[in-house]
Design a protein around this ligand. Structure first.
Ligand SMILES: CC(C)(COP(=O)(O)OP(=O)(O)OC[C@H]1O[C@@H](n2cnc3c(N)ncnc32)[C@H](O)[C@@H]1OP(=O)(O)O)[C@@H](O)C(=O)NCCC(=O)NCCS
Length: 168
C-alpha cells in the first residue's frame, strides 16, 4: 500500500466501535494489557480512534490515576495505543496521542504518563523517561493486576512522562 499521510482523521469512539477496538487491542498481546469488551464499553468515552478506508486503523485511550486523599500530582495514563501494522509509519499513532492529550489537558493534570516498549515513539512526542518508582499510583492502579510480571520493577516496559507543570 502506498503510504499516504493525509487520508485519515481521528474521532471519538462510539458504542458501535467497541468490537473493532477489542479486536485491535487483541492483535498486540505482548505490547498491550488486554481489555474486556465490558471494560471498553464502560470507558468508550475515553477512547479515540482513527479510521482509514472504513477500518479502525488505530486506537488510543486514557485513564485517570487515583491517589489517596487530595491529589498532589494528578496524573493521567495513555493506554491501549495500537495502530495496525499496515497503517504504521504515516503519523496515525502520533495523531491519536496528540488528540488524546488535547482531551486530557483541560483536566489540568501535572503529568501524562505511559508505560511502553516503544519509548522512542513517545520521546518523539516530548515524553521523557521517568523512574517507575515515581509512578506508584500507576503501579497501584494497573501493575498490581498484571498477569505477565510479578513486579513493575522487573517488567521491561519503560515509564515515560509528559510534564504539564506550568502549562495550564
Ligand atoms: C507504537 C505505535 C503506536 C506507533 O504508531 P505509528 O502510527 O506507526 O507511529 P507514527 O507514524 O505516528 O510515528 C510518530 C513518530 O514516532 C516514531 N516511531 C513510530 N514507531 C516507532 C518505534 N517503534 N520506535 C521508534 N520510533 C517510532 C516515528 O518515526 C515518528 O517520528 P517522527 O515524528 O520524528 O517522524 C505502533 O507501532 C503500535 O501500535 N505498536 C504496537 C502496540 C504498542 O506498542 N503500543 C504502545 C504501547 S504504550
Amino acid at each position: 500500500m502506498k503510504k499516504n499521510k493525509s487520508k485519515f482523521s481521528v474521532r471519538c469512539a462510539e458504542f458501535r466501535d467497541a468490537a473493532q477496538i477489542f479486536a485491535l487491542i487483541r492483535m498486540y498481546p505482548e505490547e498491550l494489557l488486554q481489555r474486556s469488551i465490558g471494560d471498553i464499553v464502560q470507558n468508550i468515552d475515553r477512547f479515540l480512534l482513527c479510521e482509514i478506508e472504513g477500518t479502525v486503523a488505530g486506537v488510543v485511550s486514557w485513564q485517570i490515576l487515583p491517589e489517596i486523599g487530595i491529589p498532589t500530582k494528578p496524573s493521567v495514563e495513555i493506554k491501549s495505543l495500537a495502530v495496525m501494522e499496515k497503517y504504521r509509519g504515516i503519523g496515525v499513532g502520533k495523531a491519536l496521542v496528540l488528540k488524546a492529550m488535547e482531551h486530557i489537558k483541560p483536566l489540568n493534570p501535572r503529568q501524562i504518563i505511559a508505560l511502553t516498549f516503544t519509548p522512542a515513539f513517545f520521546a518523539s512526542l516530548g515524553f521523557k523517561e521517568t523512574p517507575k518508582s515515581e509512578l506508584m499510583h500507576k503501579i497501584y492502579a494497573g501493575c498490581i493486576n498484571c498477569i505477565k510480571y510479578d513486579s513493575p520493577f522487573t517488567c521491561p516496559e519503560q515509564a515515560m512522562s509528559f510534564d504539564l507543570d506550568g502549562q495550564s
